[in-house]
Design a protein around this ligand. Structure first.
Ligand SMILES: [Zn+2]
Ligand SMILES: [Zn+2]
Length: 422
């Protein structure tokens, strides 16, 4: 009986993994250049981490989270995002005790029960950074520069890149803004979708990122959070934008940008590309100055971003960066002829691989002609070990591009193969 995979949980097959590996390598290398160190947090957490951290009223927690009891009835969740987990780990391990800025990056699968579509799966993959411990607006700019730099490194057209930025203020600014927003939206209640009519009571900020056209039109005319900032938040946002100008990062104010998670404070941003059409965001993030305290740590400001690997893979391959290399993957394909040669061949393969040579052989009982065909598709050279060669303790190396052949002593090839493979 055939068992199928689960809807929204996609296999990434070997033809695709070279692109993923390349993206992951670029991310690791670049994030290290900015002083971020990798953290690996579990996929499973207590469900309350996200209902408290991300917010009970958010779409992510309310509708999309995979929640289930374990065998003792403890409510667990597959992580829908990583920031809450990273902050939990930061608090749990007392990393704040060093009194220093902690810079983390992560890569890994996240889970949200959404309608699957191109680039959006129920198991999806995110990369991201979290810089925990400083309110410095220069750090907000550094995080955005890092995001921008990643796209440059992946050869996205930098003239097409721009940042959408907004400030949603501190928790002190929130009540006044929420009331201003509620007042305006209540006057237009009839134009809101049913969902947003409910949000009017519980969390009117969420209405700003509703995707319904009627709600979007209202959002564009709504009171702006930047007009309700306290002097400190105003100065902070001005400083962030001044740093962005200094760094030459194109940015525009988007007053409707609030991001779908409750933990954000002050700066929120998305890095977008004009080359992508309507869904133009490559990644998003912002400050979450209250989250460490909310999850049981001391008051600690923080900023970060997260981006989707699926989206990055699509964008990079659309720009021609994902084409599989035409280079053969193996250095040598061994073609032994006869049982004795095959035994000798297994020893030779083991020796080559121990010297870092990518080598393989046939396990399908192919004829010489067919084995040479496989060699031609997968390797730069064939190493042919027939009865004659074996009796002379020699091996024949054939360059599969030029057709050039040479016969060399087997012992020499085994102990020092590199010169023969140049
Ligand atoms: Zn404020
Ligand atoms: Zn709505």
């Amino acid at each position: 009986m055939r068992v199928e995979g689960v809807r929204g949980m996609r296999d990434i097959l070997p033809d695709e993994t070279p692109l993923w590996q390349r993206l992951e390598e670029e991310i690791r290398e670049l994030f290290s250049l900015y002083g971020y160190r990798e953290i690996r947090v579990p996929i499973v957490e207590r469900a309350e981490l996200f209902s408290r951290g991300v917010g009970e009223e958010t779409e992510v927690v309310e509708k999309q989270m995979y929640v289930f009891p374990d065998r003792k009835g403890l409510m667990l969740a597959l992580r829908p995002e990583a920031t809450a987990s990273v902050v939990r780990a930061y608090v749990e391990h007392g990393l704040y005790a060093k009194g220093d800025l902690a810079k983390f990056y992560y890569l890994g699968p996240m889970f949200r029960y959404e309608k699957p579509q191109l680039g959006r799966q129920r198991q999806f993959h995110q990369y991201g950074v979290e810089a925990i411990g400083s309110p410095d607006p220069a750090l907000d700019a550094e995080v955005m520069d890092l995001a921008w730099n990643l796209m440059e490194r992946l050869k996205l057209r930098s003239e097409g890149l721009f940042l959408r930025v907004n400030s949603i203020g501190c928790r002190g600014d929130r009540p006044a803004y929420r009331e201003a927003l509620r007042g305006y939206l209540t006057a237009h209640e009839g134009e809101l979708c049913p969902e947003c009519r409910r949000r009017l009571e519980t969390n009117p900020l969420r209405i700003l990122d509703c995707k319904e056209e009627g709600c979007r039109a209202l959002a564009r005319e709504a009171p702006r959070s930047v007009d309700s900032l306290c002097p400190e938040c105003r100065a902070h946002f001005d400083a962030v934008q001044a740093h962005l100008r200094e760094l030459g990062l194109a940015h525009e104010l988007d007053p409707t940008l609030v991001r779908g998670l409750d933990y954000y404070t002050r700066t929120v941003f998305e890095l977008c590309s004009r080359d992508l059409g309507a869904q133009d965001a490559l990644l998003g993030g912002g400050r979450y100055d209250g989250l460490v305290e909310l999850l049981g740590g001391p008051p600690t400001p923080a900023v970060g971003f997260a981006g989707g690997m699926e989206r990055l893979a699509i964008v990079v391959s659309a720009q021609g960066g994902g084409a599989p290399s035409s280079e053969p993957e193996l250095d040598v394909y061994l073609v032994p002829i006869g049982d004795e040669a095959r035994q000798e061949g297994m020893k030779l393969l083991a020796a080559l691989r121990r010297r870092g040579i990518a080598a393989d052989t046939d396990y399908m009982g192919r004829s010489l002609r067919k084995a040479m065909g496989v060699a031609g598709r997968s390797a730069r050279r064939a190493a042919i070990l027939g009865g004659d060669e074996l009796s002379r303790r020699e091996i024949k190396l054939k360059d599969l591009a030029s057709g050039e052949e040479r016969t060399i002593p087997l012992a020499q090839f085994r102990t020092d193969p590199i010169p023969f493979l140049r």
